[in-house]
Design a protein around this ligand. Structure first.
Ligand code: PGA
Length: 252
């Protein structure tokens, strides 16, 4: 049985005061919840303060990216070691907004994933097609390309901890969710590819989140799908009520 994992991607939202209010509210709402891994991924400037607030709770800290080098002249980036110092445990890598607006490539994603793993943290590796790729019938080839490129040279023993997030770009922040059946179809494909790249047991143990307009009213139908093991939530993770409800509904 794969344990569900719900992660909130706060993107470039919230100042410190607002972020503290949100984190404290989530702690109050979620302290008794068991059977699900809960992650929040605030922006870099918020990590230190949020880390203190959630220390010792059932909410884990995530970051939204990390560079592959240990240190160096890389303006605007943060290293795995710098994030680890703040008790970050999960790092989102290859989010479609990174790919689309900041030129992130499979090669960069692959290097970042390797750095996260060798630092002992857990990558949340995002894959997914955009609207024109879907309309041209290229969903599976794009997803396969993201998987193969991102996982290049990563052995099974290391890869088993990676969390995958299937995020159809056309469903992110648009209010359009893939139907549970559409999402399941791609999740099943991802698991099949992971079995080809690694082996069936490894693929069966890996967790695959769905992301793209996840809300309290669609999480239950999504999480019921055989190969959907959680959610990567953007907009609805910015409010105590909606994120808590999503977490609670993911464990029934
Ligand atoms: P959304 O974002 O829930 O606002 O669609 C999801 C994501 O980008 O991770």
């Amino acid at each position: 049985m794969r344990r569900p994992i719900i992660a909130g991607n706060w993107k470039m939202y919230k100042t410190i005061a607002d972020a503290l209010e949100l984190a404290n509210g989530l702690k109050r709402e979620l302290y008794a919840i068991e059977g699900v891994d809960i992650v929040i991924a605030p922006g870099f400037t918020l990590l230190d303060e949020i880390s203190d607030v959630i220390a010792g709770s059932n909410i884990n800290l995530g970051a939204q990216n990390a560079h592959w080098e240990a240190e160096g002249a890389f303006t605007g980036e943060a290293s795995v070691a710098q994030l680890k110092e703040l008790d970050v445990k999960y790092i989102i890598i290859g989010h479609s907004e990174r790919r689309q607006f900041f030129g992130e490539t499979n090669e960069g994603v692959n290097k970042r994933i390797k750095a996260v793993l060798s630092g002992g943290l857990i990558p949340i590796m995002c894959v997914g097609e955009n609207l024109s790729q879907r309309e041209k019938g290229n969903t599976f080839s794009v997803v396969q390309d993201h998987l193969r490129g991102g996982l290049e040279g990563i052995e099974k023993e290391e890869a088993k901890d990676i969390i995958f997030a299937y995020e159809p770009v056309w469903a992110i922040g648009t209010g359009k969710t893939a139907t549970p059946a559409e999402a399941q179809e791609v999740h099943g494909f991802i698991r099949k590819k992971l079995a080809e790249i690694y082996d069936n047991d490894t693929a069966q143990s890996m967790r695959i989140q769905y992301g793209g307009s996840v809300k309290p009213d669609n999480i239950e139908d999504l999480i019921k799908q055989e190969d959907i093991d959680g959610a990567l939530v953007g907009g609805a993770s910015l409010k105590v009520d909606s994120f808590s409800e999503i977490v609670k509904k993911s464990v029934g």
